[in-house]
Design a protein around this ligand. Structure first.
Ligand SMILES: Cc1ncc(COP(=O)(O)O)c(C=O)c1O
Length: 411
């Protein structure tokens, strides 16, 4: 075989690649975890708990494998898990859905979101996305072919401007993507905010895809209201949820979409050909997990409230401006106060340089704010920390961050 010059090879390769995939980069969040490992840093970047999952849930998974639940589950989800989802959604949100026609179990809520978007989007469709947003929604939009229209949530309370939101909707709007409780801001949308969004969805005949994966992680009396519960939204809402955060099993990859029957039919087809199904024994364990008593969820929220206090204290002590989260397990911070020399941290990319400096020099991994925005400069003065970590991890971060000022002065 004759060899080709490199330039020709790269042209051929480039021509063969997907134009869609070229529009986004690898996940910055997951890249930060790799950097944390490389630099032996305390990892407060990616949102996975570093403490044990509940013993009963792990035992249920072991038992399911021992019982030989080791073959494909029904494509749209094992019956015991779908029944448990129905029971829990009714118990917590007061809405009864049909396990046969309104639920699709997927490989994590990540796949549930992707399958849902692919199931409803046509060329020319637009989606409204609040920003800062969970970074997956950007690539999800590109892969499904939707054009995103971004609407800002502004600190300190991350409220939106009603006029701005109204202007983002139009005849091409297929859906709004909502995430409450919110990553990265910790915002919990109020009933009044959800009702305003309802008005726009009804007016423009749009879906609401609502990612409610942090539904049980709430502080200061905040209440999680599912968009499906808002009058007039039941038949235009797709609820995305999963086991990852509620049961501290992010590696199990079990999530689901709850959607009206016609949308579910479409979601199930996409899901079937994307992944066939989530791990069967873990779905079985999911059925057990979802029947956990209320005391489990109360303790989960209480433990996270203590971790939130702990990290807030560490961060304010180290000089960060913090935005108090009302839900989920992240703290968005503003780093402008550190006043870096402009030549070392040029405006527009300061968050990325700062995150690199933190992981390499200080030994703490965080996520640069720009990965949550469409325009990098909008997040250039922010970085996100997570506190889904055990006390020893937070204590190690505290020790390292206590030297932050010295590290900055030494630069
Ligand atoms: C808002 C949000 N949605 C979805 C996910 C991913 O969930 P899953 O593990 O179920 O795919 C995350 C993970 O950080 C998240 O923050």
């Amino acid at each position: 075989m004759s060899s080709r010059p490199d330039s020709t090879m790269s042209q051929v390769t480039r021509r063969a690649l997907s134009a869609k995939a070229e529009q986004f980069t690898e996940s910055v969040i997951r890249e930060m975890t790799r950097l944390a490992l490389k630099h032996n840093a305390v990892n407060l970047s990616q949102g996975f708990p570093d403490f044990a999952a509940p013993a009963e849930v792990k035992e249920a998974a072991r038992q399911a494998i021992a019982d030989d639940i080791n073959q494909y589950a029904i494509t749209w989800g094992a019956k015991p898990l779908r029944d448990a989802i129905v029971e829990k959604f009714e118990r917590t949100q007061g809405i009864r859905v049909d396990p046969e026609r309104e639920i699709t179990v997927c490989c994590g809520s990540t796949e549930a979101m992707m399958s849902s978007m692919m199931a409803i989007i046509n060329p020319g469709d637009e989606i409204v996305v609040f920003e800062p947003f969970y970074e997956n929604y950007g690539p999800d939009a590109i892969l499904s072919g939707a054009t995103p229209r971004f609407v800002k949530l502004r600190p300190p309370d991350w409220s939106y401007d009603e006029k701005e939101l109204e202007a983002a909707f139009g005849p091409h709007t297929k859906a709004i993507i909502l995430n409450t409780p919110n990553n990265p801001t910790g915002k919990v949308f109020t009933r009044a905010e959800l009702e305003f969004i309802r008005g726009l969805c009804v007016r423009w005949n749009a879906f609401c895809i609502t990612d409610e994966i942090y539904e049980h992680i709430l502080y200061d009396g905040a209440e999680h209201i599912s968009m499906a519960r808002i009058d007039g939204m039941r038949d235009r809402t797709i609820v995305i949820n999963g086991m990852s955060k509620t049961y501290s099993v992010t590696g199990w990859r079990v999530g689901w979409a709850i959607a009206p029957p016609e949308a579910t039919e479409s979601i199930r087809k996409v899901h079937d050909f994307l992944t066939v199904g989530a791990a069967a024994p873990l779905q079985q364990a999911g059925a057990i997990a979802l029947h956990s008593p209320q005391s489990y969820y109360d303790k989960l929220a209480k433990d996270y409230a203590a971790r939130r206090e702990r990290l807030l204290k560490i961060l304010t002590g180290a000089g960060f401006t913090v935005f108090l989260p009302r839900g989920a397990y992240y703290i968005m911070t503003d780093i402008s106060r550190f006043n870096f020399p402009a030549e070392q941290f040029p405006a527009g990319t300061r968050d990325v340089s700062f995150a690199k400096f933190l992981v390499e020099q200080v030994g703490v991994a965080v996520v640069p704010g720009s990965s949550f925005y469409n325009e990098a400069r909008d997040g250039a003065s922010q970085v996100r920390f997570t506190f889904c970590k055990k006390e020893s991890t937070l204590a190690a971060a505290e020790e390292r961050l206590s030297h932050l000022a010295e590290h900055i002065a030494r630069r």
